[in-house]
Design a protein around this ligand. Structure first.
Ligand SMILES: Nc1ncnc2c1ncn2[C@@H]1O[C@H](COP(=O)(O)OP(=O)(O)OP(=O)(O)O)[C@@H](O)[C@H]1O
Ligand SMILES: O=P(O)(O)OC[C@H]1O[C@](O)(CO)[C@@H](O)[C@@H]1O
Ligand SMILES: [Mg+2]
Length: 577
């Protein structure tokens, strides 16, 4: 297959540390060598720099007549969900103690169990061409390939006797609307199975090691009304003890079911805890519930809290609109969360219909220059009299690099990533600039053209996440400066509702999502699964192996219908030279 043929797949954002992890120890020196070599040849024309690994070592040989069935088998193996019996041969099932039967059963009341072989289709669109908007294709012909994942829900056989269970719940990372709803449902469902020992670990993973923090006994009575307020009953934190210390602590406390509520960092921790438990041959189920208002977890329709955050953001946007609309030459700027994904900003802009410019991390833009954001603001003041800008926290931190693996990015560098997906990386913060020069001949966009990005801070939070400079403040200052310089009056108002959109109670749709996810987490643990997480795919609830949902953060696809709808709604041009 021609290495430059248009193979289109799902989009991904890969931070540098992930690139290094994906490359593996064998290929890492290549990355380093390319970077070092490029430092020496700095100044050379990009056209003259031939990448070492430009040839595509295709992951799939599409000439093989069986490639499709091989792909489907491989997919099935990847999405197989780990079970206690994989390592503990003598773990025997017992009939489920989860029962909704009425005291006087009627004939039409089904048990409601899920068969272990039930599956949900992950991708439901049959794209007829790689050029169809948002197409996710495996091969150049965009052949229909079935991708099935495990259906979530209660099983007829369970692998834990409720009287022997000590279940623990921990909430990690930042706050998210709905945490209390999930905690509540986990506790209620555990009690229906007959579990008596349920505890909360205070303040995230930290609660496993901090001797001053004691576990919180939980029962239906304790959690009955917790969903009526936001935050987490248990508290949250970033950073914390090592995985082996966490598992030591679990052994000491006799915890054999652990429910972990958190984002991609928390899930990486949960998977490591699951692996450590396996290594020690412990009969423990570790089940995650994805929590992130950023909606940056792969494969799911959405994560809980996201809808609420978008809804809360409406108030800030509406205030910005009123302020801007009521002022002479008013400009309202609203900054919303989204470290590496612009879902909140995009959806909030779409929902409000009041946004003129939406800036997200996944889409590069120039602030200054003839086609920059500031020039467009001037145009909006001249034509509309006011303007409202919605900016995601991670926007403007550096130009984005978009490459299709196989077609533009050498697949030999990414042996574990399937042919076809797009790479979206923030140059500088997530992708080394020197490596980028090497790839320049293959890139559609010349990243040298982008300028006026915010200064890198190099700061990290306790979990190792990059802390970005405040682009909202930067945009406000640059806007004021620009209009001052060109002698046009502009009344610039900046609203930062950052914590207000997440420190609130879940709305009704998130409330339902949390309820179902919490219940399914308990069903998964009792069914003997571990190292899994729960999610909603195409409106159905599923169990997924943790590594598959956190291999990189989910990002807005700049070629997706949704981003195009957002552009249609705002009417903004691209801000490229
Ligand atoms: N690779 C990892 N292995 C083990 N533990 C991790 C890993 N990454 C993060 N953690 C732990 O997971 C917890 C939460 O991580 P983090 O602060 O990144 O939040 P998160 O789960 O990604 O949620 P949010 O969406 O709010 O950022 C922290 O206690 C951190 O120490
Ligand atoms: O200030 P905190 O608590 O670290 O949380 C902020 C972060 O939370 C998130 O919403 C989710 O990780 C990020 O977008 C944001 O950077
Ligand atoms: Mg995270």
């Amino acid at each position: 297959m021609d290495s430059l043929s248009p193979v289109i797949g799902p989009k991904l954002v890969v931070p540098l540390r992930s690139v290094r992890r994906i490359l593996g120890p064998d290929l890492q020196p290549n990355l380093n060598r390319i970077c070092n070599k490029n430092k020496k040849i700095n100044g050379m024309h990009a056209e003259n720099t031939k990448p070492r690994a430009a040839s595509s070592a295709a992951a799939i040989d599409f000439r093989d007549r069986d490639w499709k069935s091989k792909y489907e088998d491989d997919f099935q193996a990847r999405f197989n969900i780990p079970h206690l019996t994989d390592v503990i041969e003598d773990a025997l099932p017992i009939p489920s103690t989860f029962c909704l039967r009425m005291r006087t059963p009627t004939q039409d009341f089904a048990d409601g169990y899920i068969n272990n072989n039930d599956r949900v289709l992950l991708k439901v669109i049959n794209y007829s061409s790689p050029t169809s908007a948002g197409a996710e294709c495996i091969d150049p012909d965009c052949t229909w390939v079935e991708q099935w994942v495990h259906r979530a829900g209660p099983r007829e056989k369970i692998y834990f006797k409720p009287e022997n269970v000590k279940a623990a719940i921990v909430t990690c990372g930042g706050l998210c609307p709905g945490l209390n709803d999930v905690i509540r449902q986990i506790v209620i469902t555990l009690e229906i199975y007959g579990v008596k020992k349920i505890v909360g670990i205070p303040f995230g993973y930290r609660g496993f090691s901090d001797k001053d923090l004691s576990e919180m006994p939980l029962s239906r009575k304790v959690v009955q009304n917790v969903h009526l307020s936001g935050g987490s009953l248990l508290g949250v934190s970033r950073g914390g003890p090592s995985v082996s210390d966490i598992v030591d602590s679990m052994e000491e406390r006799g915890i054999n079911m652990l429910f972990v509520l958190g984002g991609n960092g928390t899930h990486a921790g949960a998977n490591a805890i699951h692996n450590e438990c396996r290594k020690r041959r412990l009969r423990v189920a570790v089940v995650g519930v994805p929590k992130t208002i950023d909606n940056d977890i792969l494969l799911m329709d959405k994560t809980f809290g996201f809808d609420t955050a978008v809804e809360e953001a409406q108030r800030a946007i509406n205030s910005a609109y009123i302020e801007a609309h009521s002022a002479y030459h008013g400009i309202g700027i609203v900054k919303l969360m989204g470290r590496s994904s612009g879902f909140i900003a995009m959806q909030a802009s779409l929902a409000s219909g009041q946004i003129d410019i939406c800036l997200i991390p996944e889409v590069s833009f120039n602030l200054h220059g003839p086609h920059g954001v500031l020039r467009h603001l001037k145009y909006l003041l001249e034509t509309k009299g006011s303007a409202v800008v919605c900016v995601a926290e991670g926007a403007g931190q550096g130009p984005m690099l978009h490459m299709r693996i196989g077609a533009e990015f050498p697949t030999c560098f990414l042996p574990h990533v399937r042919q076809g997906p797009m790479l979206h990386m923030r140059i500088g913060a997530e992708f080394p600039t020197c490596f980028c020069c090497i790839l320049q001949p293959f890139l559609k966009t010349n990243f040298h053209h982008f300028r006026n990005f915010i200064q890198k801070t190099n700061a990290k939070d306790a979990s190792g996440n990059i802390v970005f400079g405040d682009f909202g403040v930067h945009l406000q200052q640059e806007t004021k400066k620009y209009f001052n310089e060109i002698g046009i009056t502009a009344d610039v108002k900046y609203i930062d509702p950052t914590y207000m959109i997440r420190a609130c109670r879940a709305n009704a749709s998130d409330g339902i999502l949390c309820t179902v996810l919490g219940q399914n987490a308990v069903h998964g643990a009792f069914a003997g699964y571990s190292g899994i997480t729960v999610g909603i795919c195409n409106t159905h609830y599923v169990y997924l192996p943790i590594p598959e949902v956190i291999s990189y953060p989910r990002a807005v696809d700049p070629n997706s219908r949704m981003w195009h709808r957002c552009l249609t709604s705002t009417g903004q041009p691209d801000f490229l030279d």
